[in-house]
Design a protein. Structure first.
Ligand SMILES: Cc1cc2nc3c(=O)[nH]c(=O)nc-3n(C[C@H](O)[C@H](O)[C@H](O)COP(=O)(O)OP(=O)(O)OC[C@H]3O[C@@H](n4cnc5c(N)ncnc54)[C@H](O)[C@@H]3O)c2cc1C
Length: 402
């Protein structure tokens, strides 16, 4: 059998197939395998998460959960960590439920995967882009720059479109379309956001914790909300919170609105009560002193300015107070998009899931063809969820391809 793409999904598929005694050839386009693993997690590779069970499944978009259930249950984070521990890469838990190699080196992950594949008797051919995949009588013919390769079954693990310099230029979509598979619209996801608001860009460098950021559609309906670190940049917003929203922002194609709640644990009415009491007791203080104490001064000043509430508390009328409440609890700014595939950690969209058997990753349209990893219409938030899905779906493909 042939596996196309030596990333997370392809390497796991290839190892499983080779361990089952299948003659396995792994074809990789780039001269070096596992490039995306090497740059992941800031070079440390956030392998997976400490979340498990339904809590783990709930982290993926609702429409993908059902599809992923079998893969995640048959290779949950604990089993993934055990697999890597056996392969010489013990892992440890860090903040935000993330799991990293104890060595803190993504290179160890790639080295271990290649070692396991070689030990199982598999053959890696790097620097060998696959140009086309065709089915004929008795199997598949893959055209490569080094000639035609024949195989009884093929696992496609070519990834998506993000970080194209690592080899992922969407080749697998064309291969799958050739077998009649639908490919859902693709968008950059987990990327920094572009925000067209000068006041926000002036806050470059600020980092916020404990603030809710949501993406709303053009009707004001909330699509996704995150309470994760936010970094203000010269282009807009970065950090885990904004990046988690990028897929939804991109899907809305210029119609997305971001909503900040800078005091997410205090209801609006309670905040107003507190403010009225403060105004009665300390009327001479500046209005921005009402704003949550944890916010940086530059941001507090900007919010007061936006609300037109810059005078003393005692002079704050009802309209200004309401505007300040809006600025704290319901501040809306349009998001024009993200920084795109060159900066996106994953691709949203891909090979439509109804064409793939979730128990085996085999195509429902072409027997012997298997599809796994980011090439599928599957993506998760920051925190190890994308490797978890890629490893788990790759493993299933490798267990079932003959
Ligand atoms: C900067 C960055 C940081 C990230 N950090 C994390 C993290 O810490 N934790 C996490 O969970 N996720 C992270 N991700 C996401 C994660 O890397 C991907 O979700 C995951 O690598 C997808 O695995 P895959 O095997 O499906 O695809 P990939 O890892 O993208 O592998 C696909 C492989 O197929 C090869 N290929 C493509 N076309 C062909 C062809 N025609 N012929 C032969 N080979 C081909 C490519 O060269 C590539 O090697 C990060 C992504 C990026 C870009």
């Amino acid at each position: 059998m042939v596996v196309v793409g030596a990333g997370a999904a392809g390497l796991l598929a290839a190892i499983q197939a080779a361990r089952r005694g299948r003659a396995t050839v792994l074809l990789e386009k780039m001269p070096r395998p596992g490039l995306k693993i090497l740059i992941s997690g800031g070079g440390r590779c956030n392998l997976t998460t400490t979340r498990s069970g339904t809590d783990l499944e709930a982290q993926y978009p609702a429409s993908r959960r059902r599809f992923l259930r079998h893969a995640l249950r048959s290779f949950p984070p604990a089993a993934l960590r055990e697999f890597f521990a056996q392969a010489g890469v013990p892992s440890r838990e860090e903040d935000l439920e993330k799991v990293f190699p104890v060595s803190q080196r993504a290179a160890d992950v790639v080295t271990a995967l290649l070692r396991e594949f070689a030990a199982a008797g598999g053959t890696l051919v790097a620097g060998c882009p696959v140009r086309s995949v065709a089915a004929g009588s008795g199997g598949f013919a893959l055209t490569t720059d080094h000639g035609t390769v024949r195989a009884a079954s093929v696992v496609l693990a070519t990834g998506g479109l993000s970080y194209p310099k690592t080899g992922t230029t969407g080749d697998g979509y064309a291969f799958c379309r050739g077998f009649g598979h639908e490919v859902t619209p693709t968008h950059p996801a987990l990327a920094p956001l572009c925000v067209d608001a000068p006041w926000l860009r002036e806050l470059q460098g600020i980092v916020l914790h404990g603030v809710d950021l949501a993406v709303l559609d053009e009707h004001g309906r909330e699509r996704l909300r995150r309470r994760r670190p936010i970094l203000f940049t010269h282009r807009g917003l970065s950090g885990p919170g904004p990046m988690d929203l990028a897929g939804d922002v991109e899907e809305l194609q210029g119609r997305a609105v971001l909503r900040f709640d800078f005091a997410p644990d205090v209801p609006r009415e309670e905040l107003e009560r507190q403010w009225l009491a403060a105004a009665a007791a300390h009327g001479a203080r500046r209005a921005e002193s009402l704003l949550p104490a944890g916010l940086p001064d530059r941001l507090r000043a900007a919010l007061a300015r936006l609300a037109g509430a810059e005078g003393p508390l005692g002079s704050l009328g009802k309209p200004a107070r309401r505007a300040l409440l809006d600025a704290v609890k319901d501040l809306r700014v349009p998001a024009t998009g993200s920084l795109g595939y060159a900066h996106a950690e994953v691709t949203r969209g891909g090979v439509a899931l109804d064409g793939i058997d979730p128990r085996t990753m085999q195509s429902r349209l072409q027997p012997g063809l298997f599809v796994c990893g980011e090439l599928l219409d599957v993506d998760g938030p920051i925190g190890g969820f994308n490797f978890q899905a890629a490893f788990a779906t790759g493993r299933l493909a490798g267990l079932h391809a003959s």
